[in-house]
Design a protein around this ligand. Structure first.
Ligand code: JFZ
Length: 579
């Protein structure tokens, strides 16, 4: 017996040893990703030639889905390849732009759902080298340019959807019979992934997408192949079945609550991934920097997309905005690259990132009144200074908060960064929300204490492919309550708003809002809802609240008695100072 139990404990320690080794291998594999924080996503394909226009009709939304939306047959779509000749493509220009923008790696679509390979593939002649007049391999040129400029390169590959292939998934307008997926897998997908991992030098990551109904055995097979060919190559979560090395959040989503472990947000520069001629809805440098620092403050990396034209040109608007954004990032680099997540809960003035002993406060919303209030930071302060100029910032402790003195005009735009050096470790503060004087204060669903209701998330498409993601308090019963505790440094008057949706309102149902001396009932109006899981969120002013003293408060929303519980989902409540 003794003999047997020793053997068992030896097996256990060997297993733990393997698991620890595996975990450390994964952790090591992701070190560069954890440090990088900012990358360029490139959606470039046959769809770029079409630019969301087909047979005289213009489409809106994500342009790489044109074949699907216009129900284009394979034969017609193949004709597009004869027009694709990106003579203005210059890989070094793209890579230098990414570098100037402050991006540390590039992920480019090698084969998207359309099935067209943007590299010279021997597994399928439906590729840019063989099927178009271009007769070059742009991914080979990109790989060389990345090596020259010191950027890492990854490939996007759509492993399940392939509208060109009857045996793949997705083309339900031409192929009425379900094909033999294994045939597609072994004749195209696996050989092409192998080509990408063999012919282009070190591949930093493979960005799989839309795993659909792919089996867990197939996902293991794909992952084993990547590990065998390029052991250091990272794999994203959209390989499927939780077998990725890191999580890609929802499209165009900057989450309020981050995924566990290594993760990224992926975002569009306008409303489409691929080039779309009618889409001019570019995000500004201020918006992009706000999204980048919010992601980094949650411990993630931000991958921002560009959609080059069929001629191989990154749209000039994109280039101008990326260069402008890059100037800010380069001068505030210390607060971004390699920085850790914020120990502070979400604040009205902006977000923080951190390093050993230093907190970087990214002030995105400039408080009037010359004071920046920070709750719940117990560490003792060594110094505080503007990161770019080095000029010191006066800070004092008031009412248990840190209060920093601000000039009237921000010393940097679109975000000014204060470095706060602390003694010892910056511990994660107890979740303390500050209702900041002079700023819009959002109390979001995930940060409420809930009784008799729960936190839920929903993602939906507004325009085709323009994703929205929202956190809600939902599943309310009679007496359910959502409560936010916050600190108020100064008395004040605030407009109170609720953002909610409620498909079928029930006017006889009452909800109670209570904070400080304020307490009243309000009805919930029906907001309706649309297709694609769409929702219409109502931004409703509930009234004006008076908070007569500085100190701690709890704001509660309570479901009172009533015949029916309307399908009410509360996204947030907002306190806006009455000027
Ligand atoms: C996919 C693609 O279909 C799209 O064309 C683009 O390449 C994008 C980056 O990825 O679209 C998705 C995939 C997953 C989600 C949303 C859109 N999701 O999980 O929310």
């Amino acid at each position: 017996m003794k003999q047997k139990s020793n053997r068992k404990s030896d097996d256990m320690s060997a297993m733990w040893g393997r698991k620890t080794a595996q975990r450390s291998a994964t952790a090591k594999r992701g070190d560069w990703f954890r440090e990088s924080k900012y990358a360029m996503f490139i959606h470039w394909g046959l769809f770029s030639q079409a630019a969301n226009q087909w047979k005289g009709e213009t489409y809106h939304g994500i342009a790489e889905w044109l074949m699907y939306r216009a129900r284009i047959t394979v034969a017609e779509y193949e004709g597009l390849a004869k027009l694709l000749n990106p003579v203005d493509f210059n890989a070094a220009d793209w890579v230098r732009l990414a570098k100037a923008a402050g991006m540390k790696y590039i992920v480019v679509t090698a084969k998207h759902h359309e099935g067209f390979a943007m590299f010279r593939s021997r597994a399928s002649s439906f590729n840019i080298y063989d099927a178009s007049p271009f007769r070059r391999d742009p991914l080979l040129e990109l790989a060389e340019a990345c090596r020259q400029e010191g950027l890492k390169l990854g490939f996007y590959y759509s492993q399940y959807l392939d509208w060109h292939e009857p045996d793949a998934a997705g083309n339900d307008w031409e192929f009425k019979q379900k094909g033999d997926f294994n045939k597609y897998l072994h004749h195209k997908a696996i050989p092409q992934i192998r080509e990408l991992l063999t012919n282009y030098g070190p591949v930093a990551l493979i960005w799989f997408d839309c795993p659909g109904e792919i089996s867990i055995d197939t996902v293991h097979q794909l992952r084993d192949m990547v590990r065998k060919l390029q052991p250091d190559c990272l794999i994203n979560s959209r390989i499927g079945h939780g077998l990725g090395d890191y999580v890609s959040a929802g499209d165009q989503e900057v989450p309020l609550v981050p995924p566990e472990g290594l993760w990224e947000a992926v975002d569009t520069h306008n409303d489409t991934w691929a080039y779309s001629a009618p889409d001019h809805n570019w995000k500004s440098p201020a918006e992009l920097i706000s999204r980048l620092v919010r992601v980094v403050s949650l411990g993630g990396s931000y991958m921002l997309n560009v959609g080059p034209t069929g001629k191989g040109i990154i749209p000039p608007e994109s280039e101008i905005i990326l260069r402008e954004t890059g100037k800010w990032i380069h001068r505030n680099a210390e607060s971004i690259y390699g920085a850790g997540p914020s120990p502070l809960s979400r604040q009205a003035w902006g977000v923080a990132t951190s390093r050993q002993g230093v907190l970087y406060l990214h002030i995105l919303n400039w408080p009037s009144g010359g004071e920046l209030w920070i709750p719940g930071l117990s560490a003792s302060i060594k110094s505080a200074y503007w990161l770019v100029s080095g000029k010191s910032v006066r800070c004092v402790r008031k009412k248990g908060c840190l209060c920093l003195q601000l000039p009237e005009i921000p010393p940097d735009q679109p975000a000014a960064v204060i470095a706060v050096e602390v003694r010892g470790k910056i511990s994660k503060t107890k979740r303390q929300i500050m209702v900041h004087p002079g700023l819009l204060n959002e109390l979001d669903a995930p940060f409420a204490r809930l009784t008799g209701c729960k936190h839920g998330k929903q993602s939906w498409m507004e325009k085709f492919g323009d994703w929205h993601h929202a956190d809600f308090v939902e599943s309310w019963q009679k007496g359910s309550m959502a409560r936010w505790s916050f600190t108020l440094p100064k008395p004040g008057l605030f407009y109170l708003y609720a953002d909610y949706d409620c498909r079928d309102g029930a006017n006889d149902h009452q909800w109670e809002v209570s904070v400080g001396p304020n307490r009243w009932l309000f009805p919930v109006m029906a907001t309706g809802g649309g297709a694609f899981g769409r929702t219409r969120i109502r931004h409703e002013r509930l009234g004006v609240i008076h908070l007569p003293r500085a100190g701690d408060y709890t704001l509660s929303i309570k479901s009172m008695a009533g015949k029916e519980q309307p399908d009410f989902r509360l996204q947030r409540v907002t306190l806006e100072p009455v000027e």
